[in-house]
Design a protein around this ligand. Structure first.
Ligand SMILES: NC(=O)c1ccc[n+]([C@@H]2O[C@H](COP(=O)([O-])OP(=O)(O)OC[C@H]3O[C@@H](n4cnc5c(N)ncnc54)[C@H](OP(=O)(O)O)[C@@H]3O)[C@@H](O)[C@H]2O)c1
Length: 317
């Protein structure tokens, strides 16, 4: 495994992190039995993965991680969980009441079976929720941090609805956060211009989500996604073939489009760790091999940036 400095936390985190949310939620959404999900977490640790990301709102993920980590020395892993400061219902955003952060964190610690988490993150904060959430919860978070319930404070965006990454731009300007979690992939590399420079200037640890998602792991979704980009005028109609549009990335040690996508996400120097949201043992092993193997050839990376470099918004599912 390779380890990278996690920004100003000064922790060393594995360049591949294990995510327990996304479309898989550690297998809860894809019918993987709990015992098999626990085996995936244990295998991740065996492979040298030390960064584990979860959230109070990922179903039973925290409890599954807690089971897998029961007898693992606490200094062998970096645990990151999250709390949603606001709920979106029927198109309306409602801030959760004061005290909800403390309550959620206590429950997370109990389900994870630990005394503290390394990173506690505000989860999926929409641009319009950011200021009110800070007014209500920042001092509550600092109080929990002073009590030793977590070491570092982080924030993640709602990638799907925040094309210009407005929330993270505001959060980075405020400089409250030691880590951020941002959506980034080869179909939307614009983040390199709009988020990474500020993160690097402020020495913030960067976790990547949406590196492959379904669009870059399932050929049918990729065909649909590329067709939609053409329909919207974000890609010239003749820029890529309809069938197997990214097949040209697969050569010389790059075994698949998924492999190319994980390599792409890990290559940027602003990135501390790329989260892989899988509960499938062979996918996990394959993804680790992809990221640790040779990088995407420079000419292919250049062609990706040429085709998609202007895209900042979430175009994958
Ligand atoms: N706003 C937020 O804070 C937020 C939002 C989303 C995600 N996250 C965090 O980021 C983590 C990463 O999330 P993500 O969903 O964006 O991860 P991702 O790794 O880009 O996508 C995961 C999807 O890709 C599939 N996959 C992975 N490797 C594969 C392979 N080698 N071959 C075929 N399919 C493969 C998985 O299916 P299989 O299970 O079949 O492998 C799963 O459906 C989440 O787990 C969560 O911890 C945070």
């Amino acid at each position: 495994m390779q380890y990278r400095r996690f920004g100003r936390t000064d922790l060393q985190v594995s360049v591949v992190g294990l995510g327990s949310g996304g479309p898989s939620q550690l297998g809860q959404k894809s019918g993987v039995p709990a015992a098999a999900a626990v085996r995936v977490v244990r295998r991740a640790l065996d492979l040298g993965i030390n960064l584990l990301d979860t959230s109070a709102s990922y179903g039973e993920s925290e409890a599954l991680l807690g089971r897998a980590l029961q007898d693992v020395p606490r200094d062998r892993y970096v645990l990151a969980t999250k709390f949603h400061p606001a709920v979106h219902e029927a198109g309306k955003l409602t801030l959760r009441p004061a005290g909800a952060l403390t309550q959620s964190l206590e429950r997370s610690l109990q389900r994870l079976g630990v005394d503290y988490v390394d990173v506690f993150q505000f989860h999926g904060v929409a641009p319009e929720a950011y200021r009110p959430a800070m007014e209500r919860f920042l001092s509550e978070a600092r109080h929990a941090q002073e009590q030793g319930k977590f070491r570092f404070l982080g924030i993640s965006e709602v990638y799907v609805n925040d094309g210009p990454h407005a929330m993270l731009r505001a959060a980075l300007a405020d400089n409250h956060f030691d880590t951020i979690m941002v959506g980034y992939n080869l179909l939307a590399p614009g983040v390199e211009r709009v988020v990474f420079p500020a993160a690097q200037r402020q020495d913030v640890g960067v976790m990547i989500m949406f590196a492959v998602r379904r669009a870059l792991s399932r050929p049918d979704y990729l065909v649909e996604t590329i067709a939609a980009l053409k329909d919207r005028g974000l890609l010239a109609a003749d820029a890529l073939p309809h069938d197997d549009p990214l097949g040209w990335l697969v050569h010389d040690g790059v075994e698949s489009v998924t492999s190319a996508a994980y390599k792409f996400a890990a290559a940027h120097p602003a990135v501390s760790s790329v989260l892989s949201g899988t509960a499938n043992l062979s996918h996990l092993e394959e993804n680790v091999r992809s990221i640790l193997g040779s990088p995407l050839p420079a000419a292919d990376r250049a062609r990706v940036l040429d085709l998609f470099g202007h895209i900042e918004e979430c175009v994958v599912e």
